[in-house]
Design a protein around this ligand. Sequence first.
Ligand SMILES: Nc1ncnc2c1ncn2[C@@H]1O[C@H](COP(=O)(O)OP(=O)(O)O)[C@@H](O)[C@H]1O
Ligand SMILES: [Mg+2]
Length: 299
Amino acid sequence: MIPAAFARATIDREGAAGEAWLAELPGIIDELLTQWDCEPDGEAAHGQVGVVVPVRDDAVLKVSFPHPGNVHEPDAFEAWDGQGAVKLYERDDARYAMLLERAHPTTLMEHDEDVVVTAGDLHRRLRIPAPDGLPRMSEQADAWEEELRKDAAELDHPLPAAVIDAALAVVDELGRDQPEILIHGDFHPRNILRADREPWLAVDPKGYVGDPAYDATTFLRTRAAHQLGADDLITVLNHELELFADAAELDPERIRRWSHLNLVQSAFWGRRHGFGRARGGSQLDKFIALVDELAVSWS
Ligand SMILES: Nc1ncnc2c1ncn2[C@@H]1O[C@H](COP(=O)(O)OP(=O)(O)O)[C@@H](O)[C@H]1O
Ligand SMILES: [Mg+2]
């Protein structure tokens, strides 16, 4: 029942803890199926951290690796109560498990038309006052600032001081004081699924509190990764930023500023750790050069 690729990725990322959890996972799934009175109904799917087993004809069981980043997912679903996101039927926090409304397997990633406007519309529907007890993104502002200063000083990079200062200004002006709004936190096309009750529903939220324009940055980053080959990538992304802002009813300038911060952070991250698509060599150099160029153009 556990996809081999998911098992491999979990062990690669989590080591012995991943192995131990995988050994328990079939038993955990069995217990949850009994507890929630359902049976598997089809092949399990998975993402980076969770295994998703279709059960009954209207639900899926999602069990995630026990990681602090997965703690608030059910809180976000509970707050949305089905508006723009799949419904939460049951939760078992000790096991990092949820019984969720079932959507279709197709994600917005595989959809070719109106991807940006669809995502922007959905994002607008997800915007609600934050429930209590979720992590505030503003609490990360000090760490962002410290890391930016350290990276800018320690790493070999061509980013002009004004570009770094602009990123620090985003932390100061947008990062420290953020609205009390629930944000998804990992809003990208693979976490948006085709559905019947609404045309598209979000899954896999982190459940943060903060500026909704931050989610747009995550979305645009995946759009950039998806269109890396385009020679006019900057023009394309600028256009998509405007489209998203318009559909989501967000201020495009705010999205641009968050994106700028994210690009500068990515430029440094790539230098230290590489990217998922390129860990080293000339491919990594090419990505880093592109991120630098985008960071300068959006400063
Ligand atoms: N409610 C759902 N209905 C149908 N399929 C789902 C549902 N939730 C997740 N999936 C499937 O499982 C995959 C991974 O789910 P996701 O919640 O994004 O996990 P991860 O946290 O590991 O990224 C999705 O891409 C989708 O194919
Ligand atoms: Mg996911």
